[in-house]
Design a protein around this ligand. Structure first.
Ligand SMILES: [Zn+2]
Length: 117
């Protein structure tokens, strides 16, 4: 790809993020214990010291459930979290609730990208 295309692609991605990211960006917060009430715009990274045990966030569909994503290396399923320089977060792979609201989404740079399926 030449640089003009790269620039165009970057603008397109930014535009796409703007289109898909209607709520406030999710940012990471490190905690040792999950609080009783979770902020909808935060991904809680629960752990101690260098260890992260799991990530937790409110379900983006507003059903009121808390979603838990295991981060321990020997856990299954297991997610990997990236905290970006602006403190926004990405999760890999996507989060798919198999029960209840069955929400399925990607978390990319703090944006909830709904999976249409
Ligand atoms: Zn839900």
């Amino acid at each position: 790809m030449n640089s003009a295309w790269r620039t165009l692609w970057r603008y397109f991605k930014r535009f796409w993020r703007w289109v898909t990211c209607r709520r406030a960006r999710l940012t990471a917060i490190r905690v040792e214990e999950l609080p009783n009430k979770l902020d909808t715009n935060k991904l809680y990274l629960v752990g101690e010291g260098d260890y992260l045990w799991f990530a937790a966030m409110m379900c983006p569909c507003d059903c009121g459930h808390i979603l838990y994503m295991g981060l321990m290396p020997d856990q299954k399923p297991k997610w990997s979290v990236t905290v970006h320089h602006d403190n926004s977060v990405s999760l890999f792979p996507s989060v798919w609730r198999k029960v209840g609201c069955k929400t399925h989404f990607w978390l990319r740079n703090g944006c909830i990208i709904r999976h249409k399926g």
